[in-house]
Design a protein around this ligand. Structure first.
Ligand SMILES: Nc1ncnc2c1ncn2[C@@H]1O[C@H](COP(=O)(O)OP(=O)(O)OP(=O)(O)O)[C@@H](O)[C@H]1O
Ligand SMILES: [Mg+2]
Length: 263
């Protein structure tokens, strides 16, 4: 895996009268972990979607290694090496864990998309996947890395949420991403799984990938991130090194407000 620099410049996204993301700029550098934090409704997922191409910003630009990809579809961005997971899980429930990962390895291969999609349909209907030796090795290494080897033959639909998050991450990794975007990857994970996830995220970044992580569990991201961006109500309120962002008065206030209104 090698890395690329992903940059959002002045991203704005409105839904009717609501400005979900308001002129926000972020950079995810290769070989580092960048985290995006903020209370519920801060605009994290919307910004994330603008970076992956699932949403079009009303203003602003998205650059990959300096190339303007703002107008590219999410599929085109995926082909350029932008991998992602979803806040709502998107695994194939009838396929085994191993086959779910094979889909990722298969997507990376250069075959025409019709062939790839045909194989995907066969996989969904229970026919085993045929992968090249290189794909099989990638799947094998990823199963080991995520400690999923024991459940490789289990249909994904039979597994708990915590494990499925890792399966989804595994599928994205098998695609050989240069940028990896994760939306709340720790949600539903127990302590051991979260520790494992942190280890995996660091490993992936150490291989040069630019990792961008959306997470509203502040304690978790401060352990793993090199750079943190904090959002509230659509705006960027602080950014920088984890300790500085954590101590920032606007970040403290945003989180205190949330706990006050939760109480
Ligand atoms: N498709 C949509 N249509 C209308 N409003 C939307 C849409 N998507 C998000 N919003 C609104 O935009 C704001 C930001 O939402 P977003 O999902 O980006 O926040 P978030 O920071 O990811 O929150 P959470 O931590 O709960 O996942 C919220 O007020 C939300 O209701
Ligand atoms: Mg969200």
């Amino acid at each position: 895996m090698s890395g690329a620099r992903l940059e959002g410049i002045g991203i704005t996204r409105r839904y009717g009268g609501l400005t979900a993301v308001d002129d926000v700029s972020v950079v995810a550098e290769p070989g580092t972990v960048t985290a995006l934090i903020g209370p519920n409704g801060a605009g994290k997922t919307t910004l994330f979607q603008c970076l992956t191409g699932a949403e079009r910003p009303d203003a602003g630009r998205v650059l990959l290694d300096g190339r303007d990809i703002t107008k590219l579809s999410s599929d085109a961005r995926a082909r350029l090496g932008i991998g992602r997971t979803f806040q709502r899980l998107a695994v194939f429930p009838t396929m085994t864990v191993g086959d779910n990962l094979s889909v990722g390895a298969e997507n990376r291969s250069s075959g025409p998309s019709l062939v790839r999609n045909g194989k995907l349909v066969l996989g969904v209907f229970g026919f085993p996947f045929e992968n090249t030796a290189r794909d099989r090795r990638t799947v094998e290494e990823t199963l080991q890395l995520l400690r999923l080897d024991e459940v490789r033959d289990t249909p994904a639909g039979a597994l708990p949420t915590g494990t499925l998050r890792l399966v989804e991450l595994g599928r994205a990794l098998c695609n050989g991403p240069s940028v990896l975007l994760l939306d709340e990857p720790a949600s539903g994970l127990d302590t051991t799984e979260t520790d494992n996830l942190q280890h995996v995220i660091r490993r992936v970044a150490a291989e040069g990938v630019a990792v961008l992580l959306v997470e509203h569990d502040v304690d978790l991201v401060f352990d793993v991130a090199d750079t943190v961006y904090a959002m509230a109500e659509g705006r960027l309120i602080a950014s920088g090194r984890p300790d500085d962002v954590r101590a920032h008065p606007a970040v403290q206030a945003a989180y205190l407000d949330v706990s006050a209104s939760d109480a």
